[in-house]
Design a protein around this ligand. Structure first.
Ligand code: AMP
Ligand code: FE
Ligand code: FE
Ligand code: ZN
Length: 289
């Protein structure tokens, strides 16, 4: 498309490394994707681009095409919304400022959660720092790993089901832009915004159709429909919207190393859709092997 070099599937455009809450280095993530037979991949760490260079080098040396990406934290009312962004300019000032604000606020928020948990369990901020990559985007998964290291819970999943569950009373949110602002920032940076896992369990957790139509109007490009957390009912509703507006549909694993059971390539994105993403993105280019 548009003079671009060819890429080949299968493609998985949603993978995490230690630059956020994955458990493997960017190069290890690319190796895991390659072992699963993937040919085109994106690294989509939360709120950061710091893994791009290492991932691009590792992916291309394994013969895979690399798409620069990110999973940007956002919100819609009380809902946490994750916005996948591809091929944006990593030096765009508006988007960078927002990413830095989110990452900064995540640190204070994690410290407050840990202080609160520390009143009831033997957990310190140093425990969490020990589980977090240098400069990585801090999240509850790092607190979960610290709880595991302390022997308080046995896995990340257990931590999320118990101490990190909002019902346990230690939960705090962090700053994140409104989803409308998030879409606008990604578009202004030449990127392609796609809502990650858009229909998790519980109807109310899905953004309302009129809001989604508004977001499409300002440049939302598509939805990550094939993701293990989406409900069938939600996918049916979104497919109607996709057909009406000729949107991009992706499928991906959301691999987090051993932090989640998800494996690279468990869902994939079609060649046609990858080509559309590449044709739409103007802020950075894929890196070919
Ligand atoms: P945070 O953004 O700090 O609130 O943490 C949310 C992150 O936790 C998401 O990006 C998920 O990757 C991870 N997460 C959520 N639930 C679970 C779970 N049950 N097991 C492992 N990781 C989870
Ligand atoms: Fe995550
Ligand atoms: Fe997510
Ligand atoms: Zn993710």
């Amino acid at each position: 498309m548009a003079g671009d070099r060819r890429f080949e599937g299968p493609s998985d455009l949603h993978l995490h490394s230690v630059h956020s809450d994955g458990t493997e280095s960017a190069a290890e993530v690319m190796a895991a994707a390659h072992r699963r037979g993937l040919r085109t991949v994106a690294l989509t760490d939360h709120d950061t681009t710091s893994g791009w260079a290492e991932a691009a080098e590792a992916a291309t040396s394994l013969g895979m095409t690399f798409l620069p990406g990110m999973e940007l934290s956002a919100h819609s009312d009380w809902r946490s919304v994750h916005l996948l962004a591809y091929l944006f300019d990593p030096d765009d000032r508006g988007l960078r400022a927002e990413m830095e604000r989110i990452r900064d606020d995540r640190i204070g928020r994690a410290e407050r959660i840990v202080r609160s948990i520390g009143r009831d369990y033997p957990l310190t901020w140093d425990d969490v720092v020990a589980q977090t990559g240098h400069g990585a985007t801090v999240g509850r998964p790092h607190i979960a790993d610290a709880l595991v290291a302390r022997g308080i819970v046995s896995t990340r999943g257990d931590a999320f089901d118990t101490i990190l569950h909002p019902r346990a009373g230690y939960y705090e949110g962090h700053y994140a832009p409104d989803v409308e602002k998030a879409v606008a920032l990604v578009v202004a940076a030449g990127g392609v915004p796609v809502v990650a896992h858009p229909t998790p369990a519980g109807r109310a957790r899905m953004m309302a159709i009129p809001l989604l139509e508004h977001l499409i109007g300002i440049g939302l490009a598509g939805f990550e429909l094939d993701h293990r957390e989406n409900t069938e009912e939600g996918k049916r509703i979104l497919r109607t919207l996709v057909d009406e507006h000729d949107l991009i549909v992706t499928g991906s694993s959301d691999y987090h190393g051993h932090g989640k059971p998800n494996v690279p390539g468990e869902n994939t994105t079609s060649d046609e859709m990858v080509a559309r993403i590449i044709a739409l993105g103007t802020g950075s280019r894929p890196v070919y092997p």
